[in-house]
Design a binder for this molecule. Structure first.
Ligand SMILES: [Zn+2]
Length: 514
């Protein structure tokens, strides 16, 4: 409990907390605390790509038992921001659960260039383990690249491994990183033609019966149905028109408009994977999380267990249809219903007041830049081809070699340090020369070198966020910051990753015990 409280305090430290009925809530919970000394279960919920404004923009459409119940019975930290770059799923989940930033936990991206092996690595990828529950390599995952402990690890240590940890998410990294190094299990969804929940030999050698039963229950198949808006689409006045030029949609359907026949469309959209980019992926996650509570008997004894749930569909829907789409609105209205269902189940099984829930997000998202420019707001897309050509020319004319660069990824430039040495150049001179060149390029707003990151301490602004995301061992030599609302992405759908409010501002809600 100490650890959980310290996490909560730690989260509160970088947020402003406002509760609708602060005093009342505090009183009720103080008396709860006297009755039992710790929560039986902590449920950590991450809603992937949930901007803070989704809480308020769609508020009139939410019921009383989901988001609104959390705000009514608990605390709403209204000014909660991530304090590092890049705002991606891997770093987000690692930061929420470790209470640190990429500078310390080392998850500097979803994928990044590994300077020692000289290849791209995936944050949760692990070739030393085997898939469990599928023949596909989708199970070869573990948290080994995360360098610090999560609060779920600390709870395991504190309880002498008696308190359980189970992680659940459609995405492997959304299940694995929160559950930590000592988890009993992390489960994620394998789509394609299988549609089942899988894990890796990092946790176990075969799936428990409750997972096998769930996989053979055809729950996933039941969601391959028609997706239409939950309420009359004419009432969805909080989002843009259904038919516009800013949405991706699915292969096999001309327009990104309701309704979507998922059974039919699944054939051209990697089978069960289509569920990920629909609200039903979240429903399936809630179903599986409830099966986990039952199957693992979570929250039944006095020793605190932890269940981590990451709802990934909100991210897939956002990437596909964009921040302003009716599809995003419908996904949140339906997620609200899934949360209500989950909370009622927790009331029934663990008991009202005996569990603690927190809900946050791993990052926000930018409005689709092509939409923003259509309403005259400065925004757009980075011309990486032009940038690259200009840069090659510079490298050749300045250093007589373009292979001085080993890799460019996540807005970082990695130098071939051996080559730099062989050419008799100073590392910081090369970094500085590149920074002074890159700053002249279109849509490059700021450039910093690793030498600056290592020698200067920033406490405010984008620079401070860059520094919190900068891992001396893993990060690159030159760090680029793009113009506001300029992204490297398709002209449809939203993405994220910056130090700006649209990516850093996310909800943080607490309710239940304590
Ligand atoms: Zn994303």
């Amino acid at each position: 409990m100490k650890k959980i409280i310290s996490l909560i305090i730690c989260l509160l430290l970088f947020s402003y907390c406002g509760s609708q009925n602060n005093t009342m809530t505090y009183k009720t919970e103080t008396s709860d605390m006297a009755a039992s000394s710790k929560p039986k279960l902590v449920v950590g919920i991450v809603v992937d790509q949930m901007r803070y404004d989704y809480l308020t923009r769609f508020e009139s459409k939410y019921g009383e038992g989901g988001f609104k119940r959390m705000m009514r019975e608990g605390f709403n930290c209204k000014n909660n921001h991530f304090n590092y770059v890049p705002t991606y799923t891997g770093p987000g989940h690692a930061s929420i659960y470790t209470g640190t930033t990429p500078k310390s936990h080392g998850v500097i991206g979803n994928n990044w260039y590994d300077k020692s092996t000289k290849e791209m690595v995936y944050c949760a990828g692990d070739d030393t383990v085997q898939s469990i529950g599928t023949m596909d390599k989708a199970g070869k995952m573990s948290p080994h690249r995360m360098l610090t402990t999560t609060f779920t690890d600390e709870n395991r240590l504190f309880t002498q491994m008696r308190g359980k940890t189970i992680g659940v998410s459609l995405k492997d990294r959304g299940a694995i990183l929160p559950a930590g190094h000592t988890a009993n299990a992390a489960y994620w969804f394998h789509g394609k033609d299988e549609g089942s929940w899988i894990t890796s030999s990092f946790y176990m050698n075969s799936l428990p019966n409750w997972v096998r039963n769930f996989n053979s229950s055809e729950t996933a198949e039941s969601y391959l149905k028609v997706w239409n808006t939950l309420y009359d689409i004419a009432t969805y006045t909080e989002s843009g028109s259904d038919d516009n030029n800013f949405e991706g949609g699915f292969a096999g359907k001309d327009k990104a408009t309701f309704p979507y026949d998922l059974k039919v469309l699944s054939k051209e959209n990697r089978g069960y994977d289509i569920l990920k980019a629909t609200p039903y992926g979240n429903s399936l996650t809630a179903d599986f999380a409830m099966a986990a509570i039952k199957g693992e008997q979570l929250g039944l004894d006095a020793i605190t267990d932890v269940l981590t749930i990451s709802f990934s569909s909100t991210d897939y829907v956002g990437h596909n249809f964009g921040v302003n789409s009716k599809e995003v609105e419908d996904t949140y209205i339906r997620l609200d219903k899934d949360l209500e269902r989950l909370f009622l189940y927790l009331d029934e099984t663990v008991g009202k007041g005996d569990y603690t829930v927190f809900l946050t997000s791993d990052h926000g998202a930018v409005d689709v830049p092509s939409y923003l420019s259509s309403v005259k707001i400065p925004a757009g897309y980075i011309d990486n081809k032009a940038r690259k050509a200009k840069f090659q020319k510079f490298l050749n004319s300045t250093f007589g070699a373009s292979d001085i660069i080993e890799n460019i990824s996540n807005n970082q430039i990695f130098l071939d340090r051996e080559k730099v040495r062989a050419l008799g150049l100073s590392l910081s001179d090369v970094q500085n020369a590149i920074a002074n060149e890159q700053i002249n390029y279109n849509n490059v707003a700021k450039v910093y070198t690793a030498t600056t990151m290592n020698s200067t301490s920033f406490s405010t602004g984008v620079e401070a966020l860059l520094q919190n995301g900068f891992n001396q061992k893993r990060s690159g030599d030159v760090i680029l910051v793009n113009d506001i609302a300029y992204i490297s992405y398709s002209k449809t759908g939203s993405t994220h990753g910056s130090a700006l409010n649209y990516d850093t501002h996310v909800p943080l809600l607490f309710f239940g015990y304590g």
